[in-house]
Design a protein around this ligand. Sequence first.
Ligand code: AMP
Length: 280
Amino acid sequence: MNVCTTIAELRQIRWRDPLASWGLVPTMGYLHQGHLALVHRACQENQRVGVSIFVNPTQFNNQSDLASYPRKVEQDLEMLAEAGVELVWTPTADIVYPPGFQTYVNVEQATQPLEGAARPGHFRGVTTVVAKLFNVFQPTRAYFGQKDAQQVVVIQRMVRDLNFNLEIVVCPTVREADGLAMSSRNARLSSAARQQAVCLFQALQVANTLIEQGEQDAALVRRQMANVIATYPLARIDYISVAHADTLAEVEQIERPLLISMAVYVDNVRLIDNIVVGHR
Ligand code: AMP
């Protein structure tokens, strides 16, 4: 496995065999089974796989969140070598954002609600770094998790709007045994908070059951989800959303396809989760 920092090294390895197909898995490190599911899928579908590990400062709207983001690069590299990855890029912030950097990519509408409203500037950082990753790696396919549902919508929009010549592959959310979506941020949960973090998945399941039973009133679904969260004393709702899966606009009447998503602070660790009801 090649581990490189500079863009020149990366390009040299990338273009050794120009005809090979390449899968790219962008990550912020502190890897878990959710990331590895993307890597395994990329290994199945491409001749070579590249992974980036970069805690991207421009997508953090909160400096203490950036400072406390968990990191363990050595262990990440062991996991990626074992998975059969060809190339890992671990750039410094100076390489990605050299002095004088002033060019950003902004998807205007899909970034407005949900995470975009709760975390101003977040998606501008995401789309800018992902556009740079696409330019640097020139992958055949790039792999993203459904765990970050709005990120998928925003990146698909960017790829269409800017004519990036690659395929976006979306992989299902990987969960712990109790349903908690795997996340690098879970490492910051105390043991009491970890037990209560299951509230997100429980609220999503309640919503899914109500809709399967024919509930038509989206406001009622949101209220029932909030009721589930309220039974957990360490949990505080940031937002609960029942929206159209493509436009991300909140709905009044249940209509498919739906994205049911939420952000909840559990003991001050901000967790997100979602389900899609009905096919896109
Ligand atoms: P991150 O390191 O959190 O930026 O995540 C890197 C990629 O892994 C993103 O495309 C995420 O959506 C994806 N990912 C993170 N957690 C999970 C999970 N539990 N299941 C599936 N994909 C995930």
